[in-house]
Design a protein around this ligand. Sequence first.
Ligand code: 3HC
Ligand code: NAI
Length: 705
Amino acid sequence: MPDLVKLSLHDDIAVITIDNPPVNALGPGVPEGIAEAIKAAGANEKIRAIVMIGAGQTFIAGADIREFGKIVSGTRPRLDLSPYLRVIEDARKPVVVAIHGTALGGGLETAMSAHYRVIAPGAQVGQPEVKLGLIPGAGGTQRLPRLAGVLKAVEMCAVGESIKAEEAVSLGIADRLIEGDLLAGAVAFAREFAGHSAPKTRERNEKLQATNPVIFAAARDQARKRGRGMIAPLAAIDAVEAATQLPFDEGCAREAELFNKCLFSTQSKALIHAFFGERTVAKIPGIPKTIKPLEIRRAAIVGAGTMGGGIAMTYANAGIPVIVKETNKEALDRGISTVHNNYATSVAKGRLSQQSMDERLSRITPQLSYDGFDQADIIVEAVFESMAVKKQVFSELDKIARPDCILASNTSSLDIDEIASATSRPDMVIGNHFFSPANVMRLLEVVRGRETSSEVIATSMALGKKLGKIAVLAGNCRGFIGNRMVAPYLREAQFLVEEGASVEQVNQALYDFGMAMGPLAMDDLTGLDVSYAIRREFERLEKPGVRKPLVPDLLCEQRRFGQKTGRGWSKYDANRQPSPDPETAELIERSARQAGIARRKIASDEIVDRCIYALVNEGARILEEGIALRSIDIDITYLYGYGFPAWRGGPMFYADTVGVHRVLARIEELEKEHGPDLWAPAALLQNLVARDRSFASFDEGKEGS
Ligand code: 3HC
Ligand code: NAI
């Protein structure tokens, strides 16, 4: 038997321990080992019952996700877990699975094929396959409704959220909660049931009786809304429905068919890319694990505006006390009352308890002075996007802050090195670019300056995790990774309306592509005044004679800043619901006519190509300049900061799925139509095509990939 699975004897009870660190995934050798151990225990007459448990922090966290790519590319045959699970279910001695940590995906499927399950408080169980673009593939969609009921099974398989131990017990997924020593409790439980006839989950049909078909129709409606464009949630619902219509074996066959369809889909590849990407971005080439992050116990923030308030909440939510400084009482009161209202809304919606709200608020100290800033381990600057104002603030901070205090700027576009030059400690200066709303959005773009120390980078990356964010490291340039790429994306959206598309058509085309919202809707949400201020900062660097969007400045001159003023690219009602704005449409048309731009009918395909390929082309430049470490860092930035659909994997992964040669060919066409200043293809893209490579292959061999 492989070492991955160990069999030991506790008098009359056999204990099978799965030991495949870090998460006991069902990689090659594990299911085989379990089946062998079950058979060995079955053959031993002294054994009356069997306990199965995970070594380390967790029970089985699922199939080995790394194997899926190999199966799809044909380098490894599909490992069908079902026959191994049958061995467990058909064992003549009761099998008790003891769950701690997580039993996810194939892990829960393994547990459900046993006769009993006991669970530790704090453990979680779930069928998260849908988050990887898959469905349960080892009987999960057939056994879970038999244990938990159809309604809960549909929800767990189609949404993918885990449930806690107590709920697992109340639903019937687990049989007993074990406080204290889990193994001892499981062995005692096994002894209690030794000699009883062992109930096979696949034969427990009582919870399948009289299922209301409305459950499935409602679940499909919800899945279409929540997982817009995704195939796996619908496949998961089909598979659970099959459990209510077909005998177990036929239901499993239907599940296998649907699982395979999902496994070979581009969506699943994209979501698996995102799963590993989320973890890869934490690995920074050149910064060894021996570099220890500094401890962040106290924070301070300068500015309590849109971002300062959200950042303060983020720190307070993570248990870190934070001082917030403003220039005047009015701005401070406004900022803190927004924080208060945000928490109160969460309490009203039942997402937060009043006690948690009070605790979090008590960690935030609003004030008008720099008192206490000399105690902070990190100071985050979130003042206006103006180099002059930021340099002034940093020179003040340099005088007050401890020498080992990190000075972080939340700038969304400005030069970190120039900001750092206002201090005597550029090695301690870094960009910590949060996204709005900062307490909600998962992305934290960490921007390294020329002199930022490795320790300060490592601290920001670790702090990101502590704050519940996905931290991506970027180099210093105008707009870093995210906003540098968004500039040509927005530019194309704005050109397209000048050339004849409506605002609604542009938004709809990108929404249909899968973006969380259209580009002009995003512009209205961020505030047109924000990009206006950034344009003024960088005006001096613009190359003369290059086409620029005509309308954004005009809208700002009319104080049409988007949602915050109720008018921008669209009109907004009191609930921020958009409707077409005829005055903006008129302004666009008039500006285009005056500039001699020919108006024409524009197809949605052109809208998507121009906006998305503008992202890809700029992304390729960012890679070639080393601003992003790997293409996966760009993808994660876009998935977590800009609402790019996860099932498309991010802009660079998407380009790979289209084929870089096709992307380049289209960019070359656009270059012919619109000129090289706007559309010259990135050299890296040309290079990849010339060498028949992809963005993914560009990442290969880089640390963390
Ligand atoms: N397969 C392969 N590797 C896995 C894995 C899996 N199922 N789950 C986690 N890992 C790896 C991670 O990539 C990471 O590797 P790294 O250290 O090299 O970056 C390491 O294990 C630790 O993972 P995390 O950093 O995520 O650790 P956490 O403690 O934060 O989280 C977890 C643990 C909750 C188990 C989380 O890793 C997770 O959600 N894993 C995925 C679970 C999942 O989706 N299971 C279903 C798989 S599909 C399936 O089972 C199909 C079946 O129906 C046939
Ligand atoms: P904001 O205008 O809402 O808030 C800025 C606040 O800073 C104001 O309340 C102002 O009174 C205060 N302030 C100015 N000088 C100060 C000083 N010397 N001391 C203390 N307070 C001072 O601006 P917002 O949107 O919060 O932006 C702040 C920073 O965050 C900018 O650099 C911006 O580019 C960046 N950012 C903004 C995003 C957004 O969506 N609004 C997203 C990500 C980054």
